[in-house]
Design a protein. Structure first.
Length: 246
């Protein structure tokens, strides 16, 4: 065996592939890690075709994942970030940023209604012992079946004095200490308690001018408040206010 023959045998034993000097072109055997370029453009065309067919099949049979795609890896044509998948709760819950649909307003409906307090009952925030008082009458005969909570607070300090309750179509009379007060009126159909008043449907009006209860000599001067329906208006000027301002 010559030197060339021995070298050829070593190459075969060591797995070193050398192209033949002459003769027909051999197809290389498949090995891990090798890159195959066979037939010029035929195999790449087949691979591209299979890839295009695999995309719609993956969309149909692929797993459903609601995680938004990675913005760094996915993009639309033109280099724009791919849009995330739609929120499954969209259209069911109100948008957080929509100021007209506040969550506390919705949650108020879930709270149980409470019995409306008896007409003329009073929640007092100050001790009236030893103080001179004047009469304060609330006439709701012109408001139908609407319920009303009336709050009396000091005009200058806004300290609450009392809250009284008057259903529509009735007359209630309470005693208030002498002083200058602001009157606030909360109205509605269903009572949820002092925290929520009449729920999201609460209408609050606050007086634009003070009511003064005073004594002059032996005469004590009080007031009567007449509440009318929305169309009829009230007997003294009021302004609309938010429920939290009651």
């Amino acid at each position: 065996m010559g030197v060339q023959d021995r070298d050829y045998m070593y190459e075969r034993r060591d797995g070193v592939r050398q192209p033949p000097a002459s003769g027909p072109r051999r197809r290389p055997s498949r090995r891990s890690g090798d890159e195959w370029v066979v037939g010029g453009t035929l195999i790449p065309a087949v691979v591209i075709l299979l890839g295009l067919l695999a995309i719609p099949l993956w969309k149909v049979f692929g797993p459903r994942d609601f995680r938004p795609p990675d913005a760094s890896a996915s993009s639309q044509a033109g280099g724009q970030p791919a849009s995330s998948l739609p929120n499954p709760l969209q259209g069911i819950l109100p948008a957080i940023g929509d100021k007209s649909a506040r969550l506390p307003e919705v949650m108020s409906f879930a709270k149980p209604a409470q019995p409306f307090p008896p007409s003329g009952s009073v929640i007092s925030y100050q001790d009236l012992t030893g103080q001179k008082t004047a009469g304060f009458s609330i006439d709701t005969s012109g408001t139908g079946a609407v319920l009303h909570a009336i709050k009396v607070e000091e005009w200058n300090t806004q300290r609450p004095v009392l809250v009284t309750f008057v259903p529509g179509g009735s007359l209630a009379k309470v005693e208030v200490p002498l002083g200058i007060y602001r009157i606030k009126i909360a109205s509605g159909d269903t009572w949820y308690g002092l925290d929520d008043l009449f729920g999201p449907g609460t209408r609050v009006q606050t007086a634009e001018k003070p009511l003064q209860f005073y004594a002059e000599g032996n005469t004590i001067t009080g007031h009567t408040l007449y509440l009318q329906s929305v169309g009829g208006g009230n007997r003294f000027p009021t302004a609309e206010a938010a429920r939290k301002e009651f």
